[in-house]
Design a protein around this ligand. Structure first.
Ligand SMILES: C[S@@+](CC[C@H](N)C(=O)[O-])C[C@H]1O[C@@H](n2cnc3c(N)ncnc32)[C@H](O)[C@@H]1O
Length: 227
């Protein structure tokens, strides 16, 4: 906990929060794991101090493989010491690989059945958000699940504080989210018991066909395909 707060003050843009996620949010983010039959390939991005990692490890079974991408060296050494080394000594037959890297640079070998992403997208420019989602979707198998979260109402709360450039950036991120939910059957779950309350979104990768909704007369915006 102390490590997370310290890293948040050192690098708030990439850490994105001052508190790790709660067990309730971890439950919402990892629901997809139970639904996959057979051997599962799981990828977690932005593990931090590991609330989602811990839950995923608890539910892994023989034949599964788990990759974790985290760019912060302090979080990586904490994950390795507290969670991964003890897991490997108990369950040596299940490969769990920690990649100390940003997702933009990680060398990964998909496809995965489930991707659980803890990245703070509301701190990033929309072009980076789009490119990270493109990467994640390319690593996901058809029909696989991609879960991510954001703090509830965060863009509305930030908007008055950030100036017109910032508002444009937040609007761009909201548009990416809407487009993804539309293309990939997004399901959202509000998690009150998190600090702050959060919205978990689970996407099911579909074949890239964009289902165009009827154009509203007022809006000229077209759906943006991210696949
Ligand atoms: C909001 S924290 C979430 C941590 C943890 N999953 C949780 O829910 O408590 C975001 C995490 O993503 C990591 N991160 C940020 N940008 C990243 C990137 N481009 N690639 C990989 N990890 C990144 C940060 O270092 C941080 O650990």
């Amino acid at each position: 906990m102390f490590r997370f707060v310290r890293e948040a003050f050192r690098d708030i843009r990439n850490t994105g929060s001052v508190w790790p996620s709660s067990p309730a949010l971890a439950r919402a983010m990892t629901k997809g794991l139970k639904k996959i039959d057979g051997h599962r390939r799981v990828l977690e991005i932005g593990a931090g101090t590991g609330p989602f990692t811990e839950r995923i490890l608890r539910h892994l079974r023989a034949g599964d493989r788990f990759d974790i991408v985290e760019m912060n060296a302090a979080f990586c050494s904490s994950l390795e010491r507290r969670l991964l080394a003890p897991f490997r000594s108990r369950r040596s037959g299940i490969p769990v690989v920690l990649h100390e890297s940003s997702i933009e640079r990680a060398q990964l070998d998909g496809p995965y059945d489930l991707i659980v992403c803890g990245l703070p997208f509301n701190n990033f420019p929309p072009s980076l958000v789009r490119s990270i989602f493109r990467t994640m979707l390319s690593l996901l198998r058809e029909g696989g699940e991609l879960a991510y979260f954001e703090y509830a109402g965060v863009r509305t709360l930030k908007a008055p504080l950030v100036g017109s450039g910032g508002r444009k950036r937040l609007k761009g991120i909201a548009t990416v989210g809407k487009s993804l939910r539309r293309q990939h059957q997004g399901v959202q779950e509000f998690v009150l018991t998190n600090i702050p309350p959060a919205l978990a979104t689970r996407l099911c990768k579909s074949n890239g066909v964009v289902v165009k909704r009827k154009r509203r007369t007022k809006s000229k915006r077209k759906p943006v395909a991210i696949s």
